[in-house]
Design a protein. Sequence first.
Length: 187
Amino acid sequence: MKLHFFIASLLMLTSCQDKPAAKEEPVAQEKPSKPQKKEVVSEKKEVKPTSLKETYKSQAESLISKIEGNAAVEEIDKLSQNLTKTGLAMIPALIKLHPECTEYLNAILKVGSTLHTLSLEEIESGYHADGKLPKMSSPTCYHGKDLVVHPATVTAMAKAGLSDRESAKHEIQEVIAHLGEVHLEKK
């Protein structure tokens, strides 16, 4: 009888010990996750200009992949429009950092969202070649403008059927080179 009582007590103790350990694990896991979320949010606020530049580069590289992979014209259209929007989002930081570019880059902000609706010839003469833009006072302004003009050109190419994927790819490769010259924060 004593043996049965001892075994029953031992089983109860063993089973009781398992339950608190199981309950403690999720609690221990939940506590660290809350501060991590707060850190991520504050990180995003601190690195916004850099992350915008990284986002732009990632979108541009993805667009090149889709162009090379013969993705549907509609997908190229959508991705290039998104890249144009990201480029437009970078312009205010460039203006703040380079006030000498204000007039030039404001002109791009004004037409940026509708640039892709123009013909390829109008984009080339008016915005690649600066025919419709104010005089540029610094090469920095030029690099910022191209963050919008090149992807808008690819959108216009897609709307026209994207008959020359190699040219579209070249537009985006060129804008990645311009991106390397763009700084959204003081050094």
